[in-house]
Structures are given as C-alpha cells and as structure tokens.
Write a protein that binds this ligand. Structure first.
Ligand code: DAH
Length: 339
C-alpha cells in the first residue's frame, strides 16, 4: 500500500495539463469517487491495525498534495485567460493620441518668439473692455466710425462695456501702469461685428507691438519690421511701407511684403502686384503717450499691429478663414509637422 501511495505521489507531483479539459480529466482520475485515491481510501479498511496510523498519514498527504497541485494548475490557466481577455498585446504601447497646436497658436508663438529675440516681452489685457482703453485713450475722435454699432459689439447696449476691436487697447493698459522703457508684444483675440464669410469673421486674433523709450525713431521701426518679415517668411523677403492713417500713430504706415508665393513676380494671390499687405504701424501719437501719463517731450515710440489669421494664411495658404474655428480634425492634422 505504501509503495502504491509513493508511486502516486510522484505521479501527482509531475502532473501537467495543457488546458482546463485535461485538468478536469486528471481530477477525475485521482480525486473523483471512482478515482485512484478514492480506491486507496477504500482499501484502507484492509490495512493491518498497527500500520493504519502511518499509512493513513501518507494517504492524507497524497490527497492533499493532489488537491493542491490541481488548484495550482487551475490558477495558472485562469491567469492566462485574464491576460487573453483584457490585454491585446499587439496594440501599440501608448494608445492615447497626442493633439497638435492650432495653426493660429503656432503662428502666434512664432511672432512672439521673433519679437522676443528683439527684447520684447509678452503683455496681455482683457477682452471685455471700456471705451477709454479701446478708443478714447488711443486718440479716436468722438465721432470716429470705428465706435459705430456696425463694428463694435457693445454689451447690453452700454457704450462703455464692449468687446475689444483690436489689441491696441493693451498699449494703454501697460503705459498707464509703467514708465518707459516699454517693449511689449500683445497677442490676443478681438471682436468685430462683421458678417462671417471666407475672408471675415466676427472674432479673430491680433498681435500688437509697442516700443517706447528715449529717441525711438521711424528708422528703429523699419529695422524691426524688416527683421520680422525676414524671420517670419524668408531671408529673401522684401518690405515696403505705404503712408496710411491710424488715430493712434503719426505718421502711420501699412507694410507690404514681397509676395511669398511668387517671390514678387506677380501671381493671382498678390493680384499681379508682387506685394501683399500684412500690418499697420507708425510712431505713437504724442496724444496717446500723454493720455497714458508719459511725457511726450522726453519719450517717443513706435507701434504695430497685425492679424494672426492673415499671417497664417500667407504662410500656409489657408483659403477660408472659417476653417480656423471649425475644429475639423482633418484640417488641424495638417499642421502636425509644424508643431
Ligand atoms: N489696431 C489696428 C487695427 O486693428 C492695427 C494697428 C495699426 C495697430 C497701426 C498699431 C498700429 O499699433 O500702429 O487694425
């Protein structure tokens, strides 16, 4: 009897099963009512009384070992099963797709970086403004058409609560608080009451730059503009300044760059002229400096403002302005490589 128990014990210790069915077969073979261990249990009756103690001990041990081994094999199958159910080991390790920067954010960052290299630091102001910061301080006459309901969104018909129509308002906000030298670049969203089309929207983005110090001249402005154009577009880019009018600058100018599509030869994009307009600029009107508490006899400054959408269109040839606010993933994905 002891030999039989020993033989079975060895068998059981080396018992293997490839799947749950094989394991069940083993359980039946050893532990079921008609199994080999049960048979030994039945034979136990015939064991001599003086050996019962020892044989009984081994028999129990065999039963226990068998049960343990079966549990062990069962557990290993269960583990494999959960891995198969829950994990797809062929999937990429990092299934979360990364987003990309919006093209307007990319261009805004690039503009700010370029001016940053000239020593400008970023300043921001509120989108909900008052008349003083958007118009009056900037030398807009009382009856200037830009104040008109046609252009400006007033909030609850209050003429003194409005959505800013340009980022020039940040100039006043900074100059009121800080004496020169001032060298700031102000990116932000602006609002105008315009019918939405492929070339106009009721909100868009601008970047304003302002430099106020002793002896700032138009030559300084021109130098900064040329540097910006070459950095933003290409080293071959040329600039041209045309006289213009803005209430807050005197003299004022608009800047064109040589068309970056045809290189200045003339194409449908530049309407055959070889030039495209990109920004407004000028020397800060002394009235604006005085309005903000800066002595215009001691200090002078230049300012410039540009639309981020316009620059982005030039750089990436986006034909329809509405694309920028539609959040169409197929459009946005195209800027992945620029990130
Ligand atoms: N604020 C002007 C606009 O919204 C842009 C502009 C023109 C800003 C000339 C300036 C500037 O600082 O000098 O169209």
């Amino acid at each position: 009897m002891l030999d039989k128990i020993n033989a079975l014990l060895q068998e059981v210790e080396q018992m293997k099963a490839a799947n749950a069915e094989e394991l069940e077969a083993l359980r039946i073979k050893y532990l079921s009512k008609k199994g080999e261990i049960s048979a030994l249990m039945n034979d136990f009756r015939n064991v001599a009384a003086d050996q019962k103690r020892e044989v009984g001990k081994y028999l129990n041990q065999l039963k226990e070992t068998t049960q343990n081994r079966i549990n062990e094999l069962k557990a290993s199958f269960e583990n494999v099963q959960t891995i198969n159910d829950d994990l797809d080991l062929t999937r990429t390790a990092y299934p979360i797709e990364l987003g990309t920067r919006h093209p307007l954010s990319l261009v805004k960052k690039e503009i700010c970086d370029i001016f940053g290299r000239l020593g400008f630091s970023i300043a921001e102001g509120p989108e909900i403004e008052d008349d003083w910061h958007v118009f009056s301080s900037l030398n807009f006459a009382e009856d200037h058409p830009a104040r008109d309901m046609q252009d400006t969104f007033f909030i609850q018909h209050n003429p003194d609560v409005l959505l800013r129509t340009h980022t020039s308002s940040v100039q006043t906000r900074v100059m009121e608080k800080q004496q020169p030298p001032i060298r700031i670049i102000c990116p932000g969203r602006v609002y105008r009451n315009e019918a939405i089309s492929y070339r106009a929207h009721c909100f868009f983005h601008q970047v304003e730059a302002l430099y106020v110090d002793k002896n700032v001249s138009f030559a300084d402005l021109k130098q900064a503009l040329l540097f910006f154009a070459k950095e933003m577009f290409s080293p071959e880019t040329k600039i041209r300044l045309r006289p213009s009018y803005f209430p807050f600058t005197e003299p004022s100018a608009e800047m064109d760059i040589s068309c970056n599509i045809c290189g200045g030869k003339g194409c449908p994009f530049c309407k055959g002229t070889g030039w495209v307009e990109i920004l407004g600029c000028g020397m800060v009107d002394p009235n604006v400096l005085e309005n903000c508490g800066i002595d215009s006899k001691v200090y002078s400054g230049y300012a410039l403002g540009m639309g981020i959408e316009r620059i982005t269109n030039l750089k990436y040839q986006v034909k329809d302005l509405r694309m920028f606010s539609e959040n169409d993933i197929r459009f946005l994905r195209q800027f992945e490589s620029a990130n």
